[in-house]
Design a protein around this ligand. Structure first.
Ligand code: MN
Length: 197
């Protein structure tokens, strides 16, 4: 039986009651997307899971258009505290460049039917190479999937599910980047051109 009614009757922000066997008993899972202009511009997509941030580098950034299948290279887990990091990584260091938070919020792990599942079940789906989740960010909203294309834990596709939040317009994550992010990139491109001359 689904826990829908049990959940609908309660405000878990206020009651210490468990949300039930299917969902996390405490705390919400966070996500962050960081715009990272390193040697190449990319977006780092991170989902909190079991005390760490599972991370993917998405060269073109996320899209709210279900037609887009965005390449997402799985990278190393990051500490939870990384979710608020913004700033410059000095030259000569791994990932040297500039990092800004592009979007952040919470997410719910879900199954094929869209029912909320436990982090433990979600971790099993992740291991099997196919996860679905419900984003509650400022920019990213609604259901998404990440699918491991080669079943090797490296090459994934990030895909928006067709729901009320989806768009059928062209979606460019750069259109939503902070002014400071774009200024950094403009400056980098300018100095690159100077060097070419
Ligand atoms: Mn990165």
């Amino acid at each position: 039986m689904s826990l829908t009614k049990y959940i609908a009757k309660r405000k878990f922000e206020e009651t210490p009651e468990p949300t039930g066997g299917k969902a996390s008993a405490k705390g919400k899972l966070t996500f962050v997307v960081q715009r990272h202009h390193a040697s190449h511009l990319h977006y780092d997509f991170r989902l909190e899971l079991q005390g760490t941030l599972k991370s993917w580098a998405v060269p073109k950034g996320p899209s709210m258009n279900p037609k887009d299948k965005r390449l997402a290279m799985m990278v190393e887990d990051h500490p939870i505290s990384y979710a608020t990091f913004e700033g410059d990584i000095p030259a000569g260091n791994y990932g040297a460049g500039h990092v800004d938070v592009w979007d952040h919020g919470t997410y719910e792990p879900i199954d094929e039917q869209g029912e909320v599942i436990t982090p433990t079940a979600f971790a099993q789906h992740l291991h099997a190479g196919s996860i679905k989740f419900r984003m509650k960010g400022k920019l990213l909203k609604g259901d998404f999937a990440l699918v491991d294309m080669e079943k090797n834990g490296k090459t994934w596709l990030l895909i928006k599910h067709n729901d009320k939040y989806a768009t059928d317009e062209d979606y460019n994550s750069e259109d939503y980047a902070k002014k400071s992010s774009l200024a950094y990139t403009a400056e980098r491109n300018k100095s690159k051109q100077v060097k070419k001359k």
